[in-house]
Design a protein around this ligand. Sequence first.
Ligand code: ARG
Length: 475
Amino acid sequence: MSTPSTPAQAWSGRFSEPVSERVKRYTASIPFDWRLAPFDIQGSLAHAAMLCEVGVLSAEDLADIRRGLGEILADFEAGRFTWNLDDEDIHFNIERALTRKVGDAGKRLHTGRSRNDQVATDVRLWLRDAIDRILALLRTAQAALLDLAERHADTVMPGFTHLQAAQPVTFGHHMMAWFEMLGRDHERLVDCRRRVNRLPLGAAALAGTSFPIDREFVARQLGFEGLCENSLDAVSDRDFAIEFLAAGALVMTHFSRMAEELVLWMTPRFGFIDLADRFCTGSSIMPQKKNPDVPELMRGKTGRMNGHLIALLTLMKGQPLAYNKDNQEDKVPLFDAVDTLVDTLAIFADMMGSHLDEATGERVYHVRVKAERMRQAAIEGYATATDLADYLVKKGLPFREAHEAVARAVRTAEQKGCDLADLPLPELQAFSPLVGEDVYQVLTLEGSLAQRTHLGGTAPVAVRAAVERARKRLG
Ligand code: ARG
């Protein structure tokens, strides 16, 4: 029952009729924003401490608020906190619970603030925490790739352009390419975090407040690096969330590309790798199947991340200053984006990682690299053709002519069904008299790799050096 002193909605004194059940459900955010609870409490504690500091709130009220919010946090952590749809969102739900516990002090907590600056603060605190978890997981995934790269610094595979075998590379080099992608993702998120980490609280509804608040005090309490400088912007800005989703969409784009390669490499046609069974599933009808479901879902979930980014961009594009209820719609995409990223990263790190087998004491890698198949594919793809052309250029032939001579050599090898290195010397000399005995050194896969020792090159020594530099960078 609602009475004038305890209306069903915290704002309902002005209204002559209650909202319909459907409107209540439509406008409520508590079914999803309950996740903000610990951050809402953290923000309220800082706000209350500041109100007391500037003399707006008594020390007794502050003590009551601290006790009440402490109990609510404990309830939340123990899964005992129950929310009520009538209380619309997490902010009202917590305020009401607090008032039930501590009485008037609970009703004083909202002095000098609005849910508008409150929710902007909560989302930033929540997202900052999420970014920190994602950054740590990115590093775990990178560490797994470094281990694989080091282990396979000498493992030859064909490098592809247009998905056609192009030149020999090492599997370690390929893993380091993935490592670099994730490194940029890390940088982007670190940068995004700086703009997330600013305090909106103090903007109140939109115009600031008549109370003598100390925003810097609150920022320090909450570990914010700075303040949102304009009250209108503070309550309406969701750039930080869009930026995060853009960075997240790129993370997923990278995972999608890596996943695509894993799927390809796992097909019997390629046969480059095998994935541990626990990342795969069988078919309900075809008993022979082992499907790479995990990488496929990583690729698939990228679509959902891109959708979240577009959802938030669209949400913002028509909004006049300052706060609009549209902003409540930022949460579902944001929450789901973080869940998707955290799960994808954790599973990827495990899938590319290893563990120590207790029984044998041996390290077991979850990706099984089939080096022989990779090697065979590099040979069949005439991957050293460019090396032969470079060889001729070094002997004085203009590059275009060398390219043509080698193209003819490849055609002959193809007709004979053999590798370039299998063509006898006189036959190779028919394509260019500059060919000498030493040609076979560059025609082998190892010969080709060994020449690319520069920074960023695929030679095993260059890959090992890259791993070492990366280890230093990660610390
Ligand atoms: N649940 C709201 C949100 O998520 C909180 C702010 C509501 N403010 C308001 N004036 N209706 O955005």
